[in-house]
Design a protein around this ligand. Structure first.
Ligand code: GLU
Length: 510
């Protein structure tokens, strides 16, 4: 059967999109593009109590940042709209009524207090985990227990009118999940879920399957937390006489210890973002991968392998390569540990691969642009080239390479003291002269001349080069010192040298 592939990402706008939600969106996107299918955004906003303004905007901005291009959705259009469930609310009621008419659903009028009382009295009898189901529905106020007249009167009164799904008794509900294989649920353990609320709005379950049907969704790819709801969905598909889509439930994202689900609290606990973009919800402010300085391509590459794998051990994949390689069959069942170190590694790999001019453009428009404003493009490209191998983030090129931009203020005096020997002072003076006399001032010439001097005088590199480094950059860390010298130029090096000599003079005074 050649059914056209149509997949949807269906977030509820109840707050910022968790990074796990981005992975769900990514897998839907990869599968749609691999199959020449359609990637749809549907906003599931029927729960007005949990609705958070700005959440939808945030979701769309995050998808855009990652380059997960939508084919249909709110603000984009398509032939299956509207794509916000709140704008589809007139659609759902008649489907719920059709189930009532067929005897697959029923009206229930129990108030919140009545339900609570029932729960308490069941618990007092020792029945933990009370459910509204085949065993208890006969004791409640619903159209199965009340007369048709009473039912009609209560519907007309319009208070606490809900419609519940009538789950069949003694059945095994089985479906095939592409990730987990055959999955079965005992229908006696399922509850008669409310599908239409008193305000006429559908609950998630009803709206979700009606829309999946009307939007001709071929594959449902979503998080594992929805696996148990799928039993209810499969029952509804059967009741409606509709063909169910194929299901794939993605493994949980686990926190870095590998124990327990990755939650928004873990971000603060482990010191990394768990949201794609910064979220400012007034009381709650969450850091984003974007604001931390991540390249969206690196985050995509990282997320792709959290719950999916390829046959080989290649790790760097462009979006197009991911699309080509992706398959639902290779999604794993077990939870995927969120290893932030790996995310950092990916970012570094992308930084190394990035074009220097591109990095420069990002730095010039970034939050540290002031500190490089006085430096030419040529100089900056040279600095970026030397620093990018050691940085995980663009901004780190500036923070760790501060000595490229200004004279050091912080010197590693401890090492200087250890390395400096007064008997080498004349050699240091000679090296200074070599620098001063170097006409073609570049890394190769400096390196050859200074290294030759060290060898000819039977000195050790370890006795001289650390001192040079500290004079020039203040620290032992950093790229090849001759490259740094070549880029900074003779004048700067000699003036830093003079400051270095002052440091030495002060050492001996101590
Ligand atoms: N609205 C649900 C969510 O927020 C969608 C679950 C599904 O994809 O069916 O995750």
């Amino acid at each position: 059967m050649d059914k056209k592939v149509r997949v949807r990402f269906a977030p509820s706008p109840t707050g910022p999109l968790h990074i796990g939600g981005v992975r769900t969106a990514l897998y839907n996107y990869l599968f749609a593009n691999k199959m020449n299918g359609t990637f749809i955004l549907r906003i599931e906003d029927t729960d007005q109590k949990r609705y958070v303004p700005k959440a939808e905007e945030y979701i769309i901005e995050a998808l855009n940042w990652f380059g997960l291009k939508l084919d249909e959705g709110p603000g984009i259009g398509g032939n299956y709209g509207p794509y916000r469930q709140s704008e589809r609310k007139d659609i759902y009621g008649k489907y719920a009524l059709a189930l009532v008419e067929k005897g697959f659903a029923y009206y229930a009028f129990d108030t919140g207090e009545e339900l609570e009382q029932k729960r308490k009295s069941e618990e007092e009898k020792g029945n933990q985990g009370y459910k509204y189901n085949h065993a208890t529905r006969a004791e409640m106020r619903n159209s199965l227990t009340l007369s048709p007249e009473e039912t009609k009167a209560l519907i007309e009164k319009g208070e606490n009118v809900t419609i519940r799904l009538k789950i069949p008794v003694d059945e095994t509900i089985t479906f095939t999940d592409k990730v987990r294989g055959e999955v079965s649920f005992d229908s006696n353990l399922l509850d008669d879920k409310v599908i239409l609320k008193n305000d006429g709005m559908p609950t998630y379950h009803l709206a979700n399957i009606i829309d999946d049907h009307l939007m001709e969704i071929s594959h449902v790819i979503r998080g594992e937390e929805w696996l148990s709801s799928t039993a209810h969905h499969v029952i509804m598909y059967k009741y409606f006489g509709w063909e169910a889509p194929e299901f794939s439930h993605l493994p949980l994202l686990l926190n870095p210890t590998g124990k327990g689900k990755l939650s928004k609290r873990h971000g603060a606990k482990f010191g990394f973002p768990v949201f794609p973009l910064e979220w400012n919800g007034g009381e709650e402010v969450f850091e984003g991968f974007r604001e931390r300085g991540f390249d969206p391509k690196a985050v995509i590459n990282f997320l792709a392998f959290l719950g999916w794998s390829t046959e080989d051990d290649k790790e760097m994949y462009t979006m197009d390569e991911l699309i080509q390689a992706f398959s639902l069959e290779r999604i794993v069942k077990s939870g995927a540990r969120f290893d932030f170190e790996k995310a950092l590694w990916y970012n570094q790999q992308y930084l190394i691969k990035a074009d220097n001019n591109e990095i420069l453009a990002a730095l010039r428009s970034g939050k540290m642009s002031n500190s490089i404003a006085n430096h030419s493009d040529d100089f900056m490209v040279g600095m970026i080239d030397l620093m990018k191998e050691r940085a995980q983030f663009y901004d780190q090129i500036i923070t760790d390479g501060q000595y490229f931009l200004t004279d050091p203020t912080d010197y590693d005096i401890k090492t200087l003291k250890k390395k400096y020997k007064s008997e080498n002072q004349n050699h240091l003076d000679n090296i200074k002269n070599i620098i001063a006399d170097c006409t073609e001032f570049n890394a190769t010439n400096l390196s050859t001349k200074i290294k030759n001097y060290i060898s000819e005088n039977e000195l050790s590199f370890g006795a001289i080069l650390p001192i040079l480094r500290i004079f020039i950059s203040g620290t032992l860390k950093g790229p090849d010192i001759f490259e740094v010298m070549g880029l900074l130029g003779k004048e700067t090096i000699l003036s830093r040298w003079a400051k270095g000599e002052d440091l030495i003079a002060n050492l001996s005074k101590e």
